[in-house]
Design a protein around this ligand. Structure first.
Ligand SMILES: [Zn+2]
Ligand SMILES: [Zn+2]
Length: 344
């Protein structure tokens, strides 16, 4: 079958690779019908996240179950499904508490041996372990390109809000309007945020955030601190989401957030980073970080997408064939796309 493989930094290739086979009674095999290119794929593309040459990449996917092991109960052959970007065992200390994102035996699709050696989903077929936990049937009437957001990007935007203790009527700032930031804007509105301040420096992204009900503020030409003050009688926002993953964004988040407010860093950090701890301490900020518990959120996210409360459709900017993956990665790397959906 055809699959997108990492070769070297800035080089991906569409290769012939062996078809997957069921290895465990809890496995399923999905024929992929749509698969996304994600910001975390770019970390691999850039060589920042190191994986083996020849490994199949990708972790956002929708398709049809074509085989399932004897223990798989919730989905079956012929079902149209979407999947989450990581697996979880369902049995360890963390899984028993519902913290699936920190599962001791978790594996992430398309991230090489370091994250469990699970081949990616930018391929004609994918092996999905722990299928009952990882897969969901696509709700009636939902398109492939919308459904694939539930297993990663929308789940992460939702987590940024739901994991932060947001209360109805709160003011939220979202820094960085890539797909995750834009999904966080929608999730904040859907959770009852009265004000959402959306900060970026790309006009099209600011316009999109505005269409989702946010007040768009240009990072350089505008004044995010003034905007945060204006809607909170000068206090600062109740919650600030750092969807960038850069020390400058974290610093701004600490400054925009009110005393005893929450800073939620969902943007990816891989390096040491300096933080004004004196400011964090004196404001008594609550700091949250890390990747999202998407396996725990997938059901509410799907329900809210079904009901139209969350709608990632405007984020899909490109449809391309799986065979054109090298071009898709180049386009995404040039920041010309928000979400590229590949079709095998
Ligand atoms: Zn992703
Ligand atoms: Zn576990």
């Amino acid at each position: 079958m055809r699959a997108v493989t990492f070769q070297a930094p800035y080089e991906v290739r569409v290769d012939d690779v062996p078809e997957p086979e069921l290895l465990d009674a809890g496995d399923a095999i999905v024929r992929i019908e749509a698969t996304g290119v994600c910001g975390s794929d770019l970390h691999i593309y850039h060589g920042r996240v190191k994986i083996e040459p020849g490994f199949t990449i990708g972790h956002e996917y929708v398709g049809t179950v074509i085989a399932a092991g004897n223990d798989v109960r919730n989905v079956g052959v012929g079902d149209r499904v979407l999947g989450c970007f990581q697996t979880a065992c369902g049995r360890c200390f963390f899984c028993r508490r519902g913290w699936f994102h920190k599962c001791d035996r978790s594996r992430t699709f398309g991230h090489g041996a370091v994250l469990g050696g699970l081949q990616g989903t930018q391929a004609e077929q994918a092996l999905v372990p722990c299928a009952d936990l990882v897969l969901r049937k696509v709700p009636e009437g939902m398109s492939d390109e919308v459904a694939l957001f539930a297993g990663d990007v929308m789940g992460t935007g939702y987590h940024a809000i739901a994991d932060s203790g947001l209360r109805a009527g709160d003011a939220v700032a979202v820094l960085g309007l890539g797909p995750v930031g834009l999904c966080a804007v929608q999730a904040a509105r859907a959770h009852g945020a009265a004000h959402v301040i959306a900060v970026d420096s790309v006009p099209e992204r600011l316009a999109l955030a505005e269409s989702f009900g946010a007040r768009a503020v240009h990072l350089k030409e505008g004044d995010p601190r003034r905007a945060a003050g204006e809607v909170t009688e000068g206090r600062g926002v109740d919650l600030c989401v750092d969807a960038v993953g850069h020390p400058d964004a974290l610093d701004l988040a600490v400054r925009l957030t009110r005393k005893y407010g929450t800073v939620q860093a969902v943007g990816v950090y891989a390096e040491r980073c300096e933080l004004h701890m004196g400011l964090v301490w004196i404001k008594a900020l609550r700091m949250c970080a890390g990747h999202a518990n998407v396996l725990a959120h997938v059901d509410p996210v799907l329900a809210m997408m079904s009901a139209g409360l969350l709608d990632p459709a405007p984020l899909v900017t490109h449809h391309m064939a799986l065979e054109d993956a090298p071009e898709a990665y180049a386009v995404y790397d040039r920041r010309e796309a928000l979400k590229i959906v590949l079709q095998p």
